[in-house]
Design a protein around this ligand. Structure first.
Ligand SMILES: NC(=O)c1ccc[n+]([C@@H]2O[C@H](COP(=O)([O-])OP(=O)(O)OC[C@H]3O[C@@H](n4cnc5c(N)ncnc54)[C@H](OP(=O)(O)O)[C@@H]3O)[C@@H](O)[C@H]2O)c1
Length: 277
């Protein structure tokens, strides 16, 4: 079983999770159930993935006790009004068929609407009501984090951000760390642009006798980040989870971080063009 991190609210979270976008339909249920069967305990879904039902069905199919799983969902940008946010979360619980979420995130700040602080107040209420155990955010900058914390006195436990070797986010990792927020990495491999052939990755893979994907996920763990790789393939699901039996040298970690480049973002920094949002 994967090791865990302790969040700033005292709950623990697995140090690696399973990304479920865009797994849907019967094949989606099968892929997500497979991930649970091979050992993933953290499942990452969102209203906008339109697969909360599939995640719920996979949970029931895999038959792992609910309290051994860590289920994350996300509030979409269009539901940031206080009442809307409460209603949206209740609907997520119904679709998933669970009584509580382990973690609920604001999917993105949707700054042009400017209601993310209101959404954060709603998440605080949902946590008080016990419908959500831990609350966090995604795609928040330092400014968004400060506004949410100043308004409520409650610090998110997690900030889920794009983070992979071409976009290693040194500044946001520092900001999160200073605030006691766990950095969670989306597109942790780099999705379709995964840098498997880069010498820094390929040479470390060769040296440690692992795959390039395992090197990248191990790099994530050694940075203190929590990667949530997605794979529809059981063999890759197993391999992606198996990153706790070897260690990269500091110079190998540094060489992978040095792959960061100005055009490294997958979505060009424009959230309106983000396929998830
Ligand atoms: N908060 C946000 O705004 C946000 C944005 C994007 C994503 N996310 C979350 O982050 C999760 C992961 O991100 P992602 O799916 O974009 O990217 P990713 O996990 O970096 O990459 C997934 C891709 O890599 C392939 N892959 C997985 N393991 C592999 C391996 N061992 N060797 C070779 N190829 C491999 C997968 O193909 P196969 O399936 O064919 O194996 C898939 O095409 C999502 O599922 C979602 O839960 C959140």
């Amino acid at each position: 079983m994967a090791p865990t991190y302790t969040l700033n609210d005292g709950h623990t979270i697995p140090a690696i999770g399973f990304g479920t976008y865009p797994l849907r339909g019967n094949d989606g249920v099968a892929a997500i159930a497979s991930a649970i069967e091979v050992g993933y305990r953290l499942l990452d879904t969102a209203v906008n993935y339109e697969n909360e039902r599939e995640v719920g069905e996979a949970i029931r199919r895999a038959a792992v006790p609910r309290d051994e799983l860590f289920v994350t969902s996300k509030l979409p940008g269009r539901h940031h009004g206080y009442d809307d946010a409460i209603g949206s979360t209740r609907e997520s619980l119904q679709r998933l068929g669970v009584e509580y979420l382990d973690l609920h995130l604001i999917h993105w700040p949707n700054p042009s609407v400017g209601k993310y602080v209101e959404a954060w107040r709603a998440l605080v209420t949902l946590q008080e009501q016990g419908l959500v155990r831990s609350i966090g955010v995604s795609n928040f900058t330092e400014e968004h984090l400060a506004a949410a914390i100043d308004a409520t006195g409650v610090t998110p436990v997690v900030n889920q951000i794009e983070l992979h070797p071409y976009f290693p986010q040194p500044q946001m990792r520092r900001v999160n760390e200073k605030l006691g927020i766990q950095t969670e990495s989306w597109s942790p491999l780099g999705k379709r642009r995964a840098p498997f052939g880069e010498p820094a990755v390929a040479e470390a893979a060769e040296k440690h006798g692992v795959s390039p994907a395992q090197v990248i996920l191990r790099w994530q763990v050694q940075l203190g980040c929590l990667p949530i790789p997605k794979s529809a393939t059981r063999e890759r699901q197993v391999a992606n989870l198996d990153v706790f039996g070897f260690e990269l040298d500091p110079d190998e970690v540094a060489a992978i971080t040095a792959l960061g480049r100005p055009d490294g973002r997958l979505f060009g920094g424009d959230p309106d063009h983000h396929e998830e949002m």
